[in-house]
Design a protein around this ligand. Structure first.
Ligand code: PRP
Ligand code: MN
Ligand code: MG
Length: 181
């Protein structure tokens, strides 16, 4: 196994910066959902770290559930037509739902997901994403909580993968060119 540090080109956000940002997001969520019984919906697998840290930074009692989705099509780009690989266990009728995501890239997955969950009778469906690429977003999907807007370059770590690797990095970073070749 090669040294992971050699694969990193540039660290965008350190563990400390991520911790502080998650705390900020949690304060906003706590404030907006005071007195409500919020259901956190994590989107597997990228959202695992955000969910783990955000849910523990929240002060009130929150429940969580998970979905796994996949875009139709052969390409690597999101098509906007989404297939559910693992559905929620929770009935959404009347629920206040907060979708937890690592990144909004094209926004196509989230736009579909937000509409899908809303149609199940949820009272509200909002989105919390740690990262967003404004120059890549192709929809008008509204994220109520965003950690950072970043340039449209490929990033890994803190749940984000390249070919299922680097999810366990505690920072968010770009990869050295040799990784792709
Ligand atoms: C990534 C990321 C978001 C989605 C964003 O997930 O975690 O869920 O893509 O893309 P979009 O805004 O263009 O729709 P991916 O499909 O790589 O699955 P993963 O979370 O299991 O890595
Ligand atoms: Mn994902
Ligand atoms: Mg991925």
């Amino acid at each position: 196994e090669k040294d992971v540090q050699n694969d990193i080109k540039h660290v965008l956000f350190t563990k400390e910066e991520i911790d502080a940002k998650i705390k900020e997001l949690a304060e906003q969520v706590d404030r907006d959902y005071a007195g409500k019984d919020v259901l956190l919906v994590g989107v597997l697998k990228g959202a695992i770290m955000v969910m783990a840290d955000l849910s523990r930074a929240l002060t009130a009692h929150y429940t969580m559930d998970w979905m796994a989705v996949s875009s139709y099509g052969s390409g690597t780009k999101s098509s906007g037509v989404v297939r559910i690989l693992k559905d929620l266990d929770t009935d959404l009728t009347g629920r206040d739902v907060l979708i937890v995501e690592d990144i909004v890239d094209s926004g196509l997955t989230l736009q579909w997901l937000q509409q899908n969950l809303q149609h199940r009778g949820a009272n509200s469906v909002e989105i919390c994403a740690l990262l967003r690429k404004p120059k890549s977003v192709k929809t008008d999907v509204q994220c109520k909580y965003v950690g950072w807007d970043i340039e449209p370059e490929f990033v890994v770590g803190y749940g984000l993968d390249f070919a299922e690797r680097y999810r366990n990095l505690d920072c968010i970073a770009t990869l050295a060119p040799h990784v792709y070749s």
